[in-house]
Write a protein that binds this ligand. Structure first.
Ligand SMILES: C[S@@+](CC[C@H](N)C(=O)[O-])C[C@H]1O[C@@H](n2cnc3c(N)ncnc32)[C@H](O)[C@@H]1O
Length: 256
């Protein structure tokens, strides 16, 4: 899935909302940042984390964000325009114009699962990492990403169509072995799952519903079925039979 135009706006609303804030809190805790460090955010999107890292590393540190989407980088540029220790680079994670061993921390949020040849990118992330640096990643177990409420057949249709939105449905479970074979140590996985049973205007469920609807349409699902699915979500919420679950996993590791 390409995070351009309307999709980049939906994605940035998710990042602004409480799901985005709470996962950035977990990431910032794990990054354990020190003044003067060089930290890179892979797939930085609208630059929320880049901004927070910039303020944490101080003037002698560097906060770098990379993303191949011009729309995402434009938003990141706006967010960080007054910060002079920020560098934003338009590129993909498999070819980053940064010298070997430059980064004290490498982090990424809900990005690696969208990269087809994720091994190539992990190799590149290792190349730009210092010895003893820390890697902090959040990716979602998409098999457990689910709306509840609409009738099962219709719900399955929309979710099945959405599977094509990323290459790796269960990346956190493969990441442990991949990092281990690259020489990372002390690899740990933390469960950041959440459950929502009602929807307010800032809820990730609202934005993900729009994202699934838009993506299903692009996959050839008939519009009336998508509208019916959305109507059933609404009705299920009114009758207090609605649910939305997501299962992000925070993976941390050290490069020895
Ligand atoms: C779901 S968004 C997450 C954005 C941000 N990390 C956040 O949590 O708000 C995924 C981001 O990964 C970017 N992306 C996709 N393929 C990429 C690649 N090969 N290398 C780096 N970033 C990529 C997309 O453009 C998009 O901004």
């Amino acid at each position: 899935m390409k995070f351009d135009n309307e999709l980049s706006i939906i994605q940035q609303k998710i990042a602004n909302g409480y799901a985005g804030v709470s996962r950035r809190l977990s990431i910032m805790n794990s990054l354990d940042i020190e003044i003067g460090q060089n930290i890179i955010d892979i797939g930085c999107g609208g630059g929320h984390l880049v901004q927070e890292i910039s303020l944490s590393v101080g003037e002698n540190g560097k906060s770098i964000g990379i993303d191949p989407s011009n729309d995402q980088l434009e938003a990141a540029n706006n967010r960080c325009k007054n910060l002079n220790n920020v560098e934003l680079i338009c590129c993909t994670a498999d070819k980053i114009d940064i010298e070997n061993g430059f980064c004290d921390r490498v982090t990424s949020t809900q990005t690696l699962e969208y990269i087809e040849d994720v091994d190539l990118s992990l190799n590149e992330l290792k190349r730009i990492s210092k010895k003893n640096s820390k890697f902090v990643n959040v990716s979602i177990l998409w098999d457990y990403f689910r709306f509840y409420g609409p009738e099962k057949k219709l719900n399955d249709l929309i979710h099945d169509a959405f599977r094509a939105h990323c290459f790796h449905q269960m990346l956190p479970l493969d990441l442990v072995g991949k990092l281990s074979s690259l020489g990372y140590q002390n690899i740990q996985s933390e469960n950041l799952s959440y459950l929502i049973t009602n929807r307010d205007e800032n809820s990730p469920a609202i934005f993900y519903e729009k994202m699934l609807a838009k993506f299903a349409l692009s996959q050839g699902v008939e519009e009336d079925k998508i509208l019916d699915w959305q109507k059933q979500i609404n009705q299920s919420e009114k009758s207090k039979k609605f649910g939305f679950t997501s299962f992000p996993v925070l993976t941390t590791a050290y490069l020895s």
